[in-house]
Design a binder for this molecule. Structure first.
Ligand code: ATP
Length: 318
């Protein structure tokens, strides 16, 4: 569905008093990846890493300085109009809806833009209205919608022509917990039930954890990781955490190789280094202490990604 081969994008930035100094900014610096039909892929990176520039090259807004891009069989920058019929794009920070029009009218205008047949539009709008719960605000002007409602409207707008590929740039930015859950639930169903291929850029690692099996991480214009989320956890060797509830409060427990991260009354957080057998740690604990409850937590993705950025490199070949 998406085939990217060694793409680069260099911007020339002028600076200095007379703007005579030219510096080349390599926003994307040799990135290659393939996204197959039906995949749900997360695209992560810190601010300025090159995510938006990549998305813009995939959607034809920018032409790569070098390398090749194929999306749904088309070269995006040359076939932008043809491509628009095959992909849906949502930018969380911008809306494609008409500010002063009721949501329903905005969606009707989009039907004309994509030349969707009236019957097909009615059927699709009904379906999306149900899935995204648009009913209560279809008649409301877009400018009066809450951020969460507007995002649901934007998702409907991007999907009215039923594209096989959806590209999302920060779709949950600024949304409250409930709206986030609605958007995530919708995307999950869209991918699972309709088979829509989804590429998602986000800073919200909760989105990734809930939705994506595969994650790509871009760092200073280069892919630092492309693969399975669980393998990423293992490869950066982030420690696991054992949360132990002792029967009564006690000083930090003493076990070889295990550090006590925190103590709160009878509860203690123990850092179990990757490679150490957690079952053996639990058994050793149980021999020496009276335990009321115990839970093993995998490192959260936040910690994993922070470690990867700090290390500034790839965790190794797949
Ligand atoms: N039009 C432009 N002209 C000059 N430099 C640019 C332009 N667009 C992006 N850049 C630079 O390219 C780099 C990558 O920017 P990009 O917007 O792709 O990052 P990003 O990963 O999307 O970041 P964020 O998470 O902050 O949105 C940055 O250093 C940015 O300043």
């Amino acid at each position: 569905m998406i085939e990217v081969r060694d793409i680069r994008k260099t911007f020339t930035v002028r600076s200095g008093l007379l703007r005579r100094t030219r510096t080349a900014v390599r926003a994307v610096d040799g990135v290659s990846f393939t996204v197959r039909e039906g995949e749900f892929v997360g695209y992560l990176g810190s601010n300025g890493a090159g995510k938006s520039t990549t998305i813009k090259m995939l959607t034809g807004i920018l032409t790569p300085t070098s390398g090749s891009v194929r999306v749904a069989g088309l070269d995006p920058s040359r076939r932008r109009t043809a491509l628009a019929r095959r992909i849906g794009v949502v930018f969380g920070q911008r809306t494609t809806l008409w500010w002063d029009l009721p949501l329903r009218d905005s969606l009707t205008l989009i039907r004309h833009l994509y030349r969707v047949d009236a019957g097909e539009h009615r059927r699709r709008l009904e379906e999306l209205t149900g899935l995204l719960d648009l009913g209560p605000f279809l008649a409301t002007p877009v400018r009066q919608l809450s951020l969460g409602q507007r995002m649901r409207g934007d998702l409907a707008a991007a999907l009215l022509h039923d594209p096989p590929l959806l590209v999302l740039d920060e779709p949950t930015i600024g949304l409250d917990v409930v709206s986030k859950a609605t958007v995530r639930g919708f995307l999950e169903r869209l991918n699972a039930e309709r088979g829509t291929t989804i590429l998602l850029t986000t800073h919200d690692l909760g989105d990734i954890e809930r939705l994506c099996r595969r994650v790509m991480i871009i760092d200073r214009g280069r892919l630092a990781y492309d693969g399975d989320l669980d393998r990423l956890r293992a490869s950066v060797a982030a420690d696991r955490m054992l949360v132990v509830d002792l029967v009564r409060p006690a000083p930090p427990v003493q076990l070889d190789g295990v550090g006590v991260e925190r103590v709160d009354g009878p509860r203690q957080w123990l850092r179990v280094p990757r490679g150490m057998n957690a079952a053996a740690v639990v058994a050793a604990l149980a021999r020496r202490y009276e335990i009321a409850d115990i839970a093993l937590r995998e490192p959260d993705i936040e910690e994993v990604v922070t470690r990867l950025y700090r290390r500034g490199g790839s965790p190794g070949p797949e």
